[in-house]
Design a protein around this ligand. Structure first.
Ligand code: TYM
Length: 342
C-alpha cells in the first residue's frame, strides 16, 4: 500500500475540557499554526464528543468549546485558511466511529495506556465511551483521509491504533481506501512536564494549578509559576547530555527552546553556565512575551460569542463537505443498502 496516493491533508484535535495549557500549546496548537501553509489543507477540531467520555458540566463544556476556539484563533489559526469546527457538528465522525468499533478489537483497546490511566482501578465504572475513545479518534482522522496528524507524544499510541484500524479495514474489505496516517510528533516540546514534578506530564487534571501554565493566565501569574518551578541547585550545562537525570532542568530548557523556535542544543549554547536565578527570569520574560498576547486576544474573542459560533458553524459545513462523501463510500464498501452502489 502506498501512502502517496492520498493528497496531503492535516487533521488534529484538542478536547474542550478545562483549560488549555502550555503543553497543549507547545505540543499541538503552536504546531497546528506552523502547518497552516498555502499548499496544505489543515483541519482542526474541538473534540467535544471525546470530552464527554468523562463527565462534563453542560454549561462548562459549551464555554470551554468556545474558549478553545478563541485559543485556536488567538494562537494564529485563521478560519479562512484552516477549517475550524467542533466535532459534534459533523455527525460523520460518530457514524464512522461505529464502523470502526466493529473493526477494532477489544484487546487493542485494553492495551491503551490512556485508557488504563484514566479508568484507573475502577474500570467497571468507566464509561463505554472512554473505552472506545481511540476508535472515535481514528474516525476523526480517517473521515478526512488525513495523512498527517500533529500531536504531542502522549497521543502516539492512539495514532498507531488509527493505523491498525485503517490497515484492518482495508484488508478485511479488500480495498485501499483509508490512508496509513503519519503521526507528526516534532519540536522541542513534544512532552511538556509539570512545573512541580519533572517526572509527570503537564496536564489539565493535575490538582495543583502551579504545575501548569494556563493559556488564560495573566503575565504576573505566568512569571510567578516559572519563578516557583521546581529546579535543582546546579548551573545549566552547555551540552544536552548534561541534562541527563535532571528532568526539571530539561523541561525548562525545552520550554524555552519551543517558545523561541530553537533546539535545546541552541538554547544550551546560549545559557550554559547560568544559574536558575538568572535563567528563570529570562524564561519568564520570553513566556510572557509569547503567551500574554494570546491570552488577551482570547479574552477579547470570548466577548464575541456569536462570531465564534458562526466560525464553528461555517467550519463544520466545510468539514462535512469532505467527510460526507468519504463516509458514503465507506458505507458502500461495507454493504449498507441505501448507500449509492457504484
Ligand atoms: P488532548 O486534548 O489531551 O491534548 C491536545 C493536544 O495537546 C497535546 N498535549 C501535550 N503535548 C506536550 N506536552 C504535554 N504535557 C501535553 N499535554 C497534551 C496532546 O498530545 C494533543 O496533541 N485524543 C486527543 C484529542 C483528539 C485528537 C483526535 C488528536 C481527538 N481526536 C484526532 C489528533 C487527531 C487528546 O486527548 O488530546
Amino acid at each position: 500500500m502506498t501512502e502517496t496516493q492520498f493528497t496531503p491533508r492535516v487533521f488534529s484535535g484538542i478536547q474542550p475540557s478545562g483549560n488549555l495549557h502550555l503543553g497543549n500549546y507547545l505540543g499541538a496548537l503552536k504546531r497546528f499554526v506552523d502547518m497552516q501553509q498555502p499548499d496544505m489543507e489543515t483541519i482542526y477540531c474541538m473534540v467535544d464528543l471525546h470530552a464527554i467520555t468523562v463527565w462534563q458540566d453542560p454549561k462548562e463544556l459549551a464555554h470551554s468549546t468556545r474558549e478553545l476556539c478563541a485559543g485556536f484563533i488567538a494562537a494564529g489559526l485563521d478560519p479562512e485558511k484552516s477549517i475550524l469546527f467542533n466535532q459534534s457538528q459533523v455527525p460523520e465522525h460518530a457514524q464512522l466511529a461505529w464502523i470502526f468499533n466493529c473493526v477494532a478489537r477489544m484487546g487493542w483497546m485494553q492495551r491503551m495506556t490512556q485508557w488504563k490511566d484514566k479508568a484507573g482501578k475502577n474500570q467497571q465504572n468507566a464509561s463505554l465511551g472512554l473505552f472506545a475513545y481511540p476508535s472515535l479518534m481514528a474516525a476523526d482522522i480517517l473521515t478526512y483521509h488525513a495523512t498527517h496528524v500533529p500531536v504531542g507524544d502522549d497521543q502516539k499510541q492512539h495514532l498507531e491504533l488509527t493505523r491498525d484500524i485503517a490497515i484492518k479495514f482495508n484488508h478485511d474489505y479488500g480495498v485501499d481506501f483509508f490512508p496509513i496516517t503519519e503521526p507528526v510528533i516534532e519540536g522541542a516540546a513534544t512532552r511538556v512536564m509539570s512545573l512541580r514534578d519533572g517526572s509527570k506530564k503537564m496536564s489539565k487534571s493535575d490538582p495543583s494549578d502551579m504545575s501548569r501554565i494556563n493559556m488564560t493566565d495573566d503575565a504576573d501569574t505566568i512569571a510567578k509559576k516559572i519563578r516557583k518551578a521546581k529546579t535543582d541547585p546546579e548551573a545549566l550545562p552547555s551540552e544536552l547530555d548534561g541534562l541527563d537525570e535532571r528532568p526539571e532542568a530539561r523541561n525548562l530548557v525545552n520550554i524555552y527552546a519551543a517558545l523561541s523556535d530553537q533546539t535545546a542544543e541552541q538554547v544550551l549554547a546560549e545559557v550554559g553556565g547560568k544559574q536558575f536565578g538568572e535563567f528563570k527570569p529570562m524564561l519568564a520574560e520570553l513566556a510572557v512575551s509569547k503567551l500574554a498576547p494570546i491570552s488577551s486576544e482570547m479574552a477579547r474573542l470570548m466577548g464575541e460569542e456569536a462570531e465564534i459560533d458562526q466560525i464553528l458553524a461555517k467550519g463544520a459545513e466545510k468539514a462535512r463537505s469532505i467527510a460526507a462523501p468519504i463516509l458514503q463510500q465507506t458505507y458502500e464498501i461495507v454493504g449498507m443498502v441505501g448507500a449509492k452502489q457504484g
